[in-house]
Design a protein around this ligand. Structure first.
Ligand SMILES: *Cc1c(COP(=O)(O)O)cnc(C)c1O
Length: 418
């Protein structure tokens, strides 16, 4: 028998040896400290409080439902009402052939709300996995195959599309918000597409105005994932990108999950200036959008209800409460994000102390998630805290006291009394 071959992986855009090797050690350690693998139920009548089977009660400070719309009675009722109205959870057949009126109704509602053409997807991850290769081949764009530039920090749901994009065009990764590099590529390539988060998961926003200049000058296409700011930010919750981006035409494509501040399930693809034919191409060829299940009836009903809330003063009230809770936290604990409008804070700790600190905070009744090397860069370890509109002043003060007790940097007294 001839010798059987061993495969040497190319690892051009992904590497599971590294990902599993690094990630598993992190998760194992988190689990051993009781900070991962937790099963808990919502406590009746106590917003954001969970209890485990063995009786531990805690307030969850690592949940991205920033406006607490996920448990809003109207959202829950919307899901139930849609199920009753359509009489089926999902009528399994590609929507390109036969679909319930539920999904087009939602797309029309979200389109009116966000002022865009909306195509729904079951998740932002699925949307990106399907859309980015279509952009790479020029089918979603102006027909020219672009150089695909992925921001180094872009969310994993986008970075995961590099290998599929690379089979359609050239793919490169640039430093975070590296406008100089982008302009250089724009000058060299007929067409460039830049893939980036609208709002970063650790705070900070995309440089929309500077990017708009490159869009105007070179026809740069920008693909924004604005999952972290939709609903939480802007009038009627249109998010950071659509609040600030001056270029709202076929050169700007935005996706956003409906699973964070919007409070439901699914995702919205926001398009402007594309002909109906292109929207059909998206439905037919954007990967799982064409061959996998769409948002189900319950998710659509919940989303219709959430969209209605977005049209009322209640959304402004919730956004204001979220802002007030962020400010309350900042008055007690100092972080690199202090003073920003973004709902996530990273309370700095050393790589050696962060796990123990997280464990003690959890024992005190608050769940925050520890991140440390090698999941994040050395020296940037910390406890990730997410603020929400529905957290009470008492819960936030309690968390801040627990954080201070494990060595979190307290805000300067001047700030504390402001
Ligand atoms: C949370 C998040 C996602 C995941 O959204 P799904 O709809 O659950 O796939 C994608 N992108 C960004 C930037 C996110 O923050």
């Amino acid at each position: 028998m001839t010798e059987r071959r061993t495969i040497t992986p190319p690892h051009r855009y992904r590497n599971n040896d590294k990902a599993v090797g690094v990630g598993n050690a992190f998760w194992d350690l988190s689990e051993r400290n009781g900070l991962a693998g937790i099963t808990a139920e919502l406590e009746d009548g106590e917003p954001g409080v969970l209890h485990t089977e063995d009786g531990h009660e805690f307030t969850n400070f690592t949940c991205c439902s920033y406006l607490d719309l996920d448990s809003h009675p109207k959202v829950i009722e919307g899901a139930v009402a849609a199920l009753r109205r359509f009489g089926v959870l999902d009528h399994c057949i590609p929507r390109t052939r036969v679909q319930l009126p539920a999904l087009p109704e939602l797309e029309a509602s979200l389109g009116e709300l966000f002022g865009a053409e909306v195509v729904a997807a079951i998740s932002a991850g699925v949307a990106s996995a399907g859309l980015l290769p279509l952009i790479a081949s020029g089918h979603l764009g102006n027909g020219v195959r672009p150089l695909m530039v992925f921001d180094r920090n872009c969310h994993v749901s986008m970075a995961a599309a590099k290998p599929t994009c690379a089979d359609e065009t050239e793919v490169v990764t640039c430093d975070h918000h590296d406008l100089g590099f982008l302009e250089d590529m724009c000058a060299r390539y007929e067409r460039v597409a830049y893939v980036v988060d609208g709002a970063d998961s650790l705070g900070g926003y995309a440089p929309v105005r500077e990017l708009a200049e490159l869009q105007e000058k070179y026809g740069l296409l920008v693909y924004y994932d604005d999952s972290h700011s939709i609903s939480a930010y802007g009038e009627r919750g249109i998010g950071y990108i659509r609040s600030h981006c001056p270029v709202l035409d076929e050169r700007t494509i935005t996706v956003a999950t409906l699973n964070k501040a919007f409070g439901t399930s699914g995702a919205a693809i926001l398009l402007d200036g594309y002909p109906k034919d292109t929207l059909r191409v998206v439905e037919r060829f954007a990967g799982a959008l064409s061959y996998s299940q769409p948002m189900n009836t319950a998710a659509v009903g919940a989303s219709l209800a959430s969209a209605e809330i977005h049209r009322t003063e209640e959304l402004t009230v919730l956004q204001r409460r979220l802002r007030a809770n962020i400010e309350l936290f900042d008055r007690h604990i100092s972080t690199g994000q202090s003073g920003t409008t973004f709902p996530i804070r990273v309370v700095s700790m050393s790589d050696e102390t962060v796990m123990e600190a997280g464990r003690r905070v959890y024992e005190a009744g608050f769940y925050v998630s520890p991140v440390f090397f090698p999941i994040v860069a050395r020296g940037t370890a910390g406890l990730r805290v997410m603020l929400r509109a529905g957290q009470t002043e008492e819960q936030i003060r309690g968390l801040c006291a627990a954080l201070a007790a494990v060595g979190a940097q307290q805000a300067a007294p001047a700030e504390a009394t402001r």
